[in-house]
Design a protein around this ligand. Sequence first.
Ligand SMILES: Nc1nc2c(ncn2[C@@H]2O[C@H](COP(=O)(O)OP(=O)(O)OP(=O)(O)O)[C@@H](O)[C@H]2O)c(=O)[nH]1
Length: 201
Amino acid sequence: SCEVTVSPVQSQAAGSLPVLVRFLTRRFIGEYASNASEYSLYHKRLSIDGRQLNLEVFDPCSQARCILEEPVDWADGFVVVYNISDRTSFINAKNILRQIREARMDNYMEVPVCLVGNKQDLCHARQVREEEARCLAQENRCHFQEVSAAESYQDIANLFTQLIRQVMEHLKYRADRRRYSGSKSMAKLINNVFGKRRKSV
Ligand SMILES: Nc1nc2c(ncn2[C@@H]2O[C@H](COP(=O)(O)OP(=O)(O)OP(=O)(O)O)[C@@H](O)[C@H]2O)c(=O)[nH]1
């Protein structure tokens, strides 16, 4: 069993909550009662590739508008959502990606991120080209996908599953590194101790 924490980060009316709820419940709920936004931490038990996971999802913007400091520190992965029919939301997403990158400058700390263009069903009113978003994702070394929370569950399920797989690999990589550097310093210590002993014999 393993704990995975993912944070969806919303920009302008991007529909991050509907995207998340689609993933958690398979249903599309378009409008929420205003007090629904008080509950911003969600849990789900999942099985991915035969592993049991406790997924924790934090939606920072339902609490306060896009406060990133906290999730940047503790999240194992990010879902940055913008609305393909709202250019401002894309610019917000760009800023959020930059903030995540800056906060995670150290390569080993770089966490998996997925840029999500929601409301694909509104492509007749599109303000952000898919290619432009793909370029932004490449620049930020993150995955990219367009979805419609209103129309489809499968794309959203796939993107969360893929992100969680990446997160698990990343966590394993970090744990291996820690173990390796631990065993290296242990080897150094043993070497020093034995070196000294040998000298004194
Ligand atoms: N057409 C369409 N509308 C969507 C989709 N996803 C969400 N919406 C609508 O977009 C609006 C914004 O959804 P919100 O629940 O406010 O999304 P949010 O990103 O959490 O936004 P805040 O209210 O600012 O926190 C709602 O009216 C939703 O019904 C989608 O895929 N397609």
